[in-house]
Design a protein around this ligand. Structure first.
Ligand code: GDP
Ligand code: MG
Length: 176
């Protein structure tokens, strides 16, 4: 089943000159580059990319809470709240600042089960949890507690659409 998905090479990866390495990983499994551009994104496009959607914000907050529980860390110290939605809102603000700091490379990738395969190659959202062999696991080591203390987004090199619906929306947004 041929699918399309959206990848963003985030500003940390671009600054570290990892763009070529990352693209090579997608190509070597047989995925195809359909469209690609280097841009300094506007705040507006990034805000639309990460919409102010309560369900998504809560999900992001809940993942953060789990990580803090795992390491027995104090949420209130770093985030000032233990409410998933409030945490999600803070993270969204930092995330927008991070992606807007650009440049980023936006890419449409196609191939068999491209959405799932790209997510697998990218690895876990949290670089310290990402397996070796994944992009995030091989090239980064950030974690929520480390990032939250510095009031910034986790730097994890790449964005990849989470599902087919997200992919459709994001491709239309970045390549309209
Ligand atoms: P992704 O689909 O794997 O990128 O992860 P999400 O959609 O859940 O989160 C979007 C982005 O928010 C991630 O890629 C990170 O850059 C950032 N992020 C997620 N969780 C946290 C967190 O707990 N703390 C901080 N500071 N940033 C986070
Ligand atoms: Mg996501």
């Amino acid at each position: 089943m041929i699918e399309k998905t959206l990848v963003l090479i985030k500003p940390d990866a671009f600054k570290r000159r990892l763009t070529g390495e990352i693209i090579a990983r997608f190509e070597r499994v047989g995925l195809k580059l359909e469209k690609m551009k280097l841009i300094k994104p506007t705040k507006e496009i990034v805000e639309r990319h990460y919409p102010d959607d309560e369900e998504w914000l809560e999900l992001v907050g809940e993942k953060t809470i789990k990580t803090y529980q795992k390491y027995n860390l104090n949420l209130i110290d770093d985030l000032g709240t233990d409410d998933a939605l409030e945490i999600g809102k803070k993270i969204r603000k930092w995330l927008i600042q991070y992606v807007v700091s650009g440049p980023v490379v936006a890419i449409v990738i196609s191939g068999n089960h491209a959405v799932e395969v790209v997510r697998k190659l990218v690895g876990n959202t949290v670089p310290v949890f990402a397996e070796l062999g994944t992009i995030r696991g091989d090239y980064s080591l950030d974690s929520p507690d480390f990032a939250d203390k510095e009031k910034r987004s986790i730097q994890n090199l790449v964005h990849a659409s989470g599902n087919k619906q997200e992919a459709k929306k994001e491709i239309a947004l970045w390549f309209s």
